[in-house]
Design a protein around this ligand. Structure first.
Ligand code: NAD
Length: 675
């Protein structure tokens, strides 16, 4: 049986979870196994129970294939399943015998809920182990008693941030946070300490089952509790921006549960859980952050090679970041700039990075990444010079954000070994790398690039060559749409607020200032010069030109759409409103929102049609991690799914009739059921 039941001579039962798949997960099989195990424990003469796992992880959590299939129609059935699961854990903690979770691997979600229903939680001190309840990051709440137990264990003030942000903690941090009791160094100790604790605590009671216990910091009639409750909505809106139902329901579960007994609180939790699980946002987030993310991270590698020595050309903002993350992953890095001082500045004195001003130091590199100024002639010069020094089969990459890879590849002798590795700023923080295949890039080069991205712990998407690739091209439509609306007379504050309320990571005008308006103009003018058919006319460019001529080029120049007072917070340039905004621009708030989101989803469909994108996962992950497309929506294509393709097409047709042909849905979309 995949839950091994071993009773020692001392009467201690070790229950080793070893389900049929690669990990222990909460599904029908689990429910049956746990049900049988608890019944057997109840009927047996025992001293105590140690729960542990035969797998690499302790327990992976809920089975997402099951969770994503919960609908409003089958919700009551789902609720029954959750109730049974919780009653098993309740029986376990009320056996009258000590139960210890010997956490020998990562315990997340449902796995940590099993641990919470144990009287003692001992964790192996291993840096790869994480514990916690990350359900909120998938649009869910911990519905196996997790919210109720955490809130009663820690109080709402400490529990809510962990729950609402879905934090995963390393063992030591979990100990500090008070969610585990003990951390040990070896597997042997894990079991011996569990045994010792059982023998010393023959009949423990859970803190929430102690007479008169409740939520430590939320008591009926206590004025401090009311202060806490008064602050709660502000905390919530900061976390959820009104588009994430999970943090809202977690808070509601915690607060409503605080005024009732434990078992009633569990019922409240169950109802909210099913509400979230049957809702659209959890489907979107599970699709993106689980299925899509696993797909892009799991791309099989043919080479298994690791980069030993990396040469980075250009020690500016991007080059320095690329050198830093690579050195931290244990790769020997040579960082080259025109002057040694420049290279040293970029190297930041980090171990493993050799700053230089000479190509000779690139000898022996098996990967070169170019990150000099965005200038084709310059790149054409530095790339062959580096290629000549690197290993004969080295992969040569460019971090260009706009120049087509196929064109740059002609600068080197072996275009099949040339590829785009597009990082995002700031490099240490942004986890995405967009890998761009040029026309001649070989499959092996792609595989080696994928291996490198994985080696430095980032998430890759793979796209085919095109101007702006996928991310810059699509993000550009968002920014230009916003500026077009400004030119039409929509109030700038409305545009920024609606963008943020719709879940975009950054306001389009603020980010435009970051990128600098003059750079956007330069890219636009270059594109028009190369191929005018690539650019659709928009009043946005005249407005940008006007701001640049007024000396308002963006943040780096101290003024753009925003003012940047020294030492103060930025604010929208007041004259922007008086100059451009009209009292009634005739664009409703709903239209502002949909124009900002639809324009990106439609551009994504075009990228798919043109073969720039080859998978839905690349689109969803690239959009969320690359340019902060609303995570609640699950990404640019999942957004269309969740809208419903037909409804999306109808709405896009309306936007096209009203605001321009850029919103006209491509024919391919009209024929689709979903992505
Ligand atoms: P940057 O201006 O900060 O740095 C460029 C560096 O290249 C400078 O330190 C410069 O001295 C150096 N350089 C110039 N000529 C050189 C030469 N011959 N040999 C070696 N070094 C030389 O620029 P950045 O923002 O780091 O951008 C670099 C590249 O990355 C560009 O192609 C850019 O399009 C791309 N990129 C930028 C971002 C971003 O957000 N800034 C994002 C993705 C990609």
């Amino acid at each position: 049986m995949p839950f091994h039941y071993d009773k020692g001579e001392d009467g201690i039962v070790t229950l080793t979870m070893d389900m049929s798949g690669s990990a222990n997960v909460m599904n029908d099989e689990y429910r049956e196994l746990m049900g049988d195990a608890v019944s057997k424990l109840e009927g047996d003469e025992i001293t105590g129970v140690i729960i542990t796992s035969a797998k690499k992880t302790f327990f992976a959590g809920g089975d997402l294939n099951v969770l994503i299939a919960i609908t409003p129609e089958n919700a009551s059935q789902a609720l029954e399943g959750v109730e049974e699961l919780k009653s098993q854990l309740r029986r376990l903690e009320k056996l009258g015998k000590p139960v210890v979770a010997a956490i020998n691997g990562t315990a997340l979600g449902g796995g940590f809920e099993i641990a919470l229903a144990s009287h003692r939680r001992i964790v192996l001190n291993d840096n790869s182990i994480r514990v916690g309840l990350p359900e909120a990051t998938l649009g869910l709440l911990p519905g196996g008693g997790g919210v109720t137990r955490m809130v009663r264990l820690l109080g709402v003030q400490k529990a809510l941030p962990l729950l609402m942000e879905g934090k995963q903690l390393r063992p030591e941090r979990a100990l500090q946070a008070g969610i585990v009791h003990q951390v040990v160094d070896t597997r042997e100790e894990l079991i011996s300490e569990a045994r010792a604790w059982i023998l010393a605590n023959p009949a423990p009671t859970q803190p929430w089952d102690v007479q008169g216990a409740g939520v430590p910091d939320l008591k009926f009639g206590d004025p401090n509790s009311y202060g806490l409750l008064a602050a709660a909505p502000a905390v919530l809106s900061k976390k959820s921006h009104g588009v994430y139902p999970a943090p809202e329901k977690i808070m509601a579960t915690a607060v409503e549960g605080a005024y009732v007994d434990f078992d009633t609180a569990l019922q409240i939790e169950g109802r909210y859980f099913v509400e979230l699980a049957s809702g659209q946002v959890s489907k979107n987030m599970i699709t993106a952050f689980w299925f899509n993310l696993n797909e892009v991270n799991g791309r099989a590698s043919a080479t298994g090679q690791r980069v030993a020595k990396l040469g980075v050309l250009g020690a500016g903002m991007m080059g320095a970041g690329i050198a830093e993350v690579s050195a931290k992953a244990g790769i020997e890095v040579v960082l080259k700039d025109v002057s040694l001082e420049g290279a040293q500045k970029g190297a930041q004195g980090l171990e493993g990075i050799t700053p230089t001003d000479s190509d000779d130091d690139l000898a022996g590199c098996d990967l070169i990444i170019e990150a000099v100024f965005e200038n084709r002639e310059l790149k054409n010069k530095v790339l062959p010079a580096a290629e000549a020094k690197a290993l004969p089969d080295a992969v040569i990459a460019s971090n260009t954000s706009t120049l087509p890879i196929t064109g740059l590849a002609s600068a080197v002798t072996a275009p099949e070994r040339f590829i785009g590795l597009h990082f995002f700023s700031p490099v240490p923080k942004m986890r995405l790398v967009e890998i761009i295949r040029g026309e001649k890039t070989s499959e092996e080069t792609l595989q080696r690039a994928l291996d490198y991205v994985r080696q430095i712990g980032k998430t890759p998407i793979v796209v085919n060559d095109s101007r702006g690739f996928y991310t810059s091209r699509t993000f550009g439509t968002y920014v230009i749409e916003a500026i077009s609306m400004l030119a039409e007379g929509v109030a700038p504050a409305l545009i920024e607020n609606v963008a943020k309320k719709s879940g975009m990571a950054v306001g389009p005008l603020a980010v435009s200032d970051e990128v600098t308006l003059s750079l956007q103009l330069k890219i636009h003018d270059q594109t028009v010069a190369d191929d005018p058919s690539l650019v659709s006319e928009s009043p946005a460019y005249d407005l940008i030109r006007e701001l640049v001529s007024l000396g308002r080029s963006g943040k780096s120049t101290g003024a753009g759409f925003y003012e940047y007072p020294e030492g103060g917070k930025k604010f929208l340039w007041p004259e922007l409103t008086t100059r451009y905004a009209k009292a009634d621009a005739g664009v409703s708030e709903q239209d502002v929102r949909d124009r900002l989101l639809f324009v990106q989803s439609l551009e994504t469909v075009r990228c798919l049609d043109e073969g720039v994108l080859t998978s839905v996962a690349d689109a969803n992950i690239g959009s969320i991690f690359g340019f902060g497309f609303a995570p609640w929506s699950g990404g640019t294509l999942q957004f269309i799914n969740s809208y419903g393709v037909q409804a999306f097409v109808e709405r896009a047709d309306y936007l096209a009739d009203t605001y321009g042909e850029r919103f006209r849905p491509p024919a391919s979309l009209r024929e689709r059921d979903r992505f």
